[in-house]
Design a protein around this ligand. Structure first.
Ligand SMILES: C[S@@+](CC[C@H](N)C(=O)[O-])C[C@H]1O[C@@H](n2cnc3c(N)ncnc32)[C@H](O)[C@@H]1O
Length: 282
């Protein structure tokens, strides 16, 4: 169980600078700046998806069109692909929408999309520039927490803090969706990647992402108290893969085609899964 020793943050501890909340003593460390830059570079490639207002995977299918939540927390919201998808395509409404991201420039882009597409028009809409390991919300105050692709690059200790914070702020029985967040350490593609990673000079890139076994994922959820607070959830293996699809930055079409053709029997699905999504009942 992770304990958060420092006193709890509140949104009133922040300053609003041109419509984005920053911690009052905000000064991004050089480490964070480097991470922000890496994410911004990675996320730029998704611009087109945002133009078409986002498309998302099967974990979102059970979410009924037009559902209303009191509060939504979008952790690692980037430039707002999910907000666009939920607000425009799923017609989800909420009273309070909170988008959190370490990258100011992605949040600024999101503000542009918010205006252009009139996202969550009836909600109190707050964007907060901060890392996800200390959330400025009361215990048991958020109905719906979503995180996508932010845990992959975190060290396990940081991930534990993020999960413990989510568990603290989510309402008992609340909804959470973690999409493709846990890479599977036993997937053959990832095993190969681990071998290649040993030859890489820089560890601070997205060539190598943190990986967890199913057992470790269950333990992380349990130790954070999330599985006790929101006990009805699914851990879903996604995308079976045998071969590396990229070598450095170069995509390998043959591996891609082979991976697409794999249709493993049920007992092999977990082993071959590239990663796992974890989501509760909506
Ligand atoms: C792969 S992008 C996903 C963006 C968005 N969720 C989407 O689906 O389009 C990951 C995002 O998480 C942000 N991020 C990474 N680490 C973070 C952290 N520790 N706390 C908050 N945001 C983080 C990055 O700046 C980036 O915007």
């Amino acid at each position: 169980m992770v304990t958060l020793a420092e006193s709890q943050l509140q949104l009133s501890d922040f300053q609003l600078v041109q419509e984005i909340y920053f911690p009052k003593n905000y000064e991004a460390s050089s480490m964070w700046k480097l991470k922000q830059l890496l994410w911004e570079t990675a996320v730029v490639q998704w611009e087109q998806t945002a133009e078409s207002l986002g498309s998302f995977g099967e974990v979102w299918e059970p979410l009924p069109i037009g559902k209303h939540f009191d509060s939504i927390l979008d952790l690692g919201c980037g430039y707002g692909r999910l907000a666009a998808y939920l607000s425009k395509q799923k017609k989800i409404t909420c009273n309070k929408y909170y988008g959190i991201d370490i990258s100011e420039s992605l949040l600024r882009r999101m503000l542009g999309y918010k205006r252009a597409y009139n996202l969550f028009p009836s909600a109190e809409f707050s964007l907060i520039c901060i890392a996800g390991d200390k959330l400025p919300f009361e215990d048991n105050s958020i109905d719906f927490v979503r995180a996508s692709s932010i845990f992959l690059s975190l060290e396990t200790e940081q991930l534990k803090h993020n999960l413990a914070e989510i568990a603290r702020v989510i309402k008992p029985g609340g909804v959470f969706v973690f999409e493709d967040l846990f890479y599977n350490r036993y997937c053959p593609m990832n095993i190969l990647d681990n071998v290649l990673n040993k030859t890489r000079k820089s560890k601070l890139d997205f060539g190598h992402l943190k990986q967890y076994s199913l057992r470790e994922i269950k333990r992380l959820l349990k130790n954070s108290q999330l599985s006790q607070k929101c006990p009805q959830y699914t851990i879903k293996p996604h995308k079976p893969a045998l071969l590396q699809e990229k070598f450095g930055n170069v995509g390998m079409r043959v591996s891609n085609d082979i991976n697409k053709e794999i249709n493993p029997p049920k007992f092999l699905k977990e082993f071959l899964a590239c990663g796992y999504s974890v989501y509760s009942k909506v």
